[in-house]
Design a binder for this molecule. Structure first.
Ligand SMILES: [Zn+2]
Length: 79
């Protein structure tokens, strides 16, 4: 059965996303853009390390992005 709720906030899912609501889908794309920027700054940066460093930034990271970051870190199924 296909889950129709956002995996993070249980809100209605964005049809073009398949996993997340429109808010969290946007946050996910921000996260991916951020990772690409950090990859340019560091010679190599494992995705998990990137996620942990983001969480270390605390309030500097928006709540939605933080949701996605924690989700990706603890439930590695969205890659
Ligand atoms: Zn959501």
């Amino acid at each position: 059965m296909i889950d129709k709720k956002c995996k993070i906030c249980q809100d209605e899912i964005d049809k073009s996303s398949g996993k997340f609501c429109s808010n969290h889908k946007l946050a996910k794309s921000k996260l991916q853009n951020g990772y690409e920027l950090w990859l340019k700054a560091y010679d190599s940066l494992p995705y998990d390390d990137f996620l942990r460093q983001l969480l270390d930034l605390g309030d500097l990271v928006g709540a939605l992005v933080k949701d996605i970051t924690e989700f990706e870190l603890y439930f590695q199924e969205t890659k």
